[in-house]
Design a protein around this ligand. Structure first.
Ligand SMILES: NC(=O)c1ccc[n+]([C@@H]2O[C@H](COP(=O)([O-])OP(=O)(O)OC[C@H]3O[C@@H](n4cnc5c(N)ncnc54)[C@H](OP(=O)(O)O)[C@@H]3O)[C@@H](O)[C@H]2O)c1
Length: 247
């Protein structure tokens, strides 16, 4: 049984999709959970809905692409609720196009949110984890970080970069009781994949041996394990959850 009582988790981008399912799962295991979204009302409403099943969930507005804001918000959280034990870098966006048409704005937006945002959050929580000599950093990457994907040079670079950063975090803080791992989902039913055209969905489904997209809860199960004491000897790894699409 995974027991996260007494642990405080920060899940970036917890307002919907995979992040929301992760927040629900960590709450169910007894953690105090803080979720973030870009708008104050979005984060507050999602936190209120999550709290209905019991447990302590707070929502805060945070744009993870804003490096200074990340530092300030996590510092304030430290004063208001205490240091973060479990960080789940989940906030992510896509802005797809083939390389020859992808503009600088699309590159910067995706790298700044997915990769720089994850770095900023990890940097801001590490000191508190070191003091406790316990911490969990879980980076949500993607199957495409290993496979590449047409139209996603920015997203693929960000996710592969997050996996490299995960291995460095694992090495730098292993002796302090802090683990860092990545969870790389395949195609999961969320707003992000619902935005895809039917033909693209069909093409992808044909490549998935279990013949369906995954559910956000199936990613959340893996995150709960990695956040637990049971996963203390697992660090620097990428856990793939993709219905067999990549093996
Ligand atoms: N769905 C998939 O098939 C799939 C597959 C592999 C990996 N992933 C990864 O899993 C993670 C979650 O994906 P999802 O499908 O659940 O996405 P989603 O449904 O589009 O939700 C994205 C979440 O990220 C938040 N967010 C976006 N930009 C942000 C920013 N700058 N600062 C703070 N929060 C921000 C959004 O919050 P607000 O809109 O409220 O601001 C929302 O909560 C992403 O990292 C994604 O790359 C998804």
């Amino acid at each position: 049984m995974i027991d996260l009582n007494g642990k405080r988790a920060l899940v970036t981008g917890g307002t919907r999709g995979i992040g929301n399912a992760i927040a629900a799962r960590l709450l169910a295991q007894g953690a105090q959970v803080i979720i973030t979204g870009r708008s104050e009302s979005g984060a507050a409403d999602a936190a209120k809905a999550l709290s209905r099943s019991g447990g302590s969930c707070h929502g805060v507005a945070l744009d993870v692409a804003d490096f200074a804001q990340v530092g300030a918000v996590i510092k304030q959280l430290g004063k208001d609720v205490g240091a973060i034990d479990i960080l789940v870098n989940n906030a992510g966006i896509t802005s797809d196009d083939v390389v020859m048409r992808m503009g600088e704005d699309a590159w910067d937006a995706v790298l700044n949110t997915n990769l720089k945002g994850s770095f900023a959050c990890a940097r801001a929580v590490i000191r508190g984890m070191m003091k406790k000599r316990w911490g969990r950093i879980i980076n949500i990457t993607s199957i495409v970080g290993s496979m590449g994907n047409i139209g996603q040079a920015n997203y693929v670079a960000a996710k592969a970069g997050m996996e490299g950063m995960t291995r460095t975090l694992a090495r730098e803080y292993a002796t302090r009781g802090i683990t860092a791992n990545a969870v790389a989902p395949g195609f999961i039913e969320t707003d992000m994949t619902r935005a895809m055209e039917d033909a693209a969905r069909e093409r992808l489904l044909a490549q998935v041996p279990v013949e369906r997209f995954g559910a956000p809860e199936e990613v959340a199960d893996a995150v709960a394990y990695l956040a637990s004491d049971s996963a203390a000897y697992m660090t620097g790894q990428v856990l793939h959850i993709n219905g067999g699409m990549l093996m």
